[in-house]
Unconditional design. Structure first.
Length: 317
């Protein structure tokens, strides 16, 4: 069967960015960037034109000086529970740890989508460009579920703001749903469900509402969840199982009666008064902005310095 499949593939020609993605170099979108940047050669000539087609049988494709061959690629699929403080990239110029440090395999894979450095949770890794496209493209409507802890108390007005979304430079950012999961003395756990997941979508929606995120964790993609998978751990998943979990058939059509991820955590009614949050500051207070991602580490350093000075004064007394 593999030989028959390979012979059929040899007679095909496909777009260069798809070829690169299907070889597991990177996602199709990032493959387009590589082409535009002049980092791709076809038959020893630099190609910068998007949409260029290559023959699987006769053309030689190189990325950054390394030859890639689609006919020799076996697709693999990995579910990783990404911890905080790891970059969702193949390498980092600043020397920070990346998700590749967690997956010691020989095959070339790339992340499907991304999670910020300080975000955690489910991250899919693959060398299958078509599968990655189905998971990320909004037309396939694969729901991503996030649990987000924010500073302060989220009241009904703020919850409605988060549900309404915002208009941004790259279109409308509107979650499929938002609900309150848990109320802590000075923080609130929320659940966001997204169908698209544009760059930093949840953080941008929260910031527009004046809300500051403490933790962000992706718990599911479709009905594939991180339940039972510890941070930093990963496992292989078959293509058939992955398609079933994300609710898509092999041809890209939506699966009838597709399973959806159902959290065991019940919604909290924000209209009712909460004893836990009786003295909690409202979540859109400017007092929390110092904990935002862009100044997070600076704030932590300042807190450590303040505590150190306080401890030193106590010692001197």
């Amino acid at each position: 069967m593999r030989q028959i499949k390979d012979e059929a593939m040899k007679s095909q020609s496909i777009r260069l960015q798809k070829y690169i993605a299907d070889c597991g170099v990177t996602s199709r979108r990032k493959a387009e960037d590589l082409i535009v940047q002049g980092r791709v050669k076809v038959n020893d000539k630099v190609v910068k034109e998007l949409g260029t087609k290559v023959s699987l049988e006769g053309d030689v494709v190189m990325v950054d000086g390394e030859m890639i061959d689609l006919l020799s690629v076996d697709h693999i699929y990995i579910a990783l529970n990404k911890p905080r403080s790891y970059m969702t990239t193949l390498s980092d110029p600043e020397g920070r740890k990346t998700v590749m440090d967690l997956i010691p395999i020989k095959q070339r894979v790339f992340p499907v989508g991304r999670l910020d450095y300080l975000s955690e949770g489910l991250l899919l890794m693959t060398n299958d460009g078509d599968m990655a496209n189905m998971i990320m493209h909004p037309k396939f409507e694969v729901t991503k579920v996030y649990e987000v802890k924010v500073f302060g108390r989220v009241n009904e007005m703020l919850l409605n703001k988060l549900k309404a979304g915002i208009v941004s430079h790259d279109g409308i950012l509107k979650p499929k749903s938002v609900r309150v999961l848990e109320q802590l003395p000075q923080k609130t756990w929320l659940e966001f469900r997204l169908n698209e997941g544009k760059n930093r979508e949840i953080r941008r929606i929260c910031e527009a509402a004046g809300v500051t995120i403490d933790k962000l964790r992706r718990v599911a993609i479709g009905n594939l969840s991180i339940d039972g998978l510890q941070p930093g751990r990963w496992e292989y998943i078959t293509k058939a199982e992955l398609l079933k979990k994300i609710g898509i058939n092999k041809d890209g059509s939506k699966r009838a009666n597709a399973e959806v991820y159902v959290s065991q955590k019940r919604s909290v009614d924000v209209k009712k008064s909460s004893k836990k949050q009786k003295n909690a500051t409202i979540a859109d207070s400017k007092d929390f902005t110092k904990f935002r991602k862009e100044i997070y580490f600076e704030t932590l350093d300042n807190i450590k310095k303040t505590k150190a000075i306080s401890a030193q004064k106590k010692t001197q007394k």
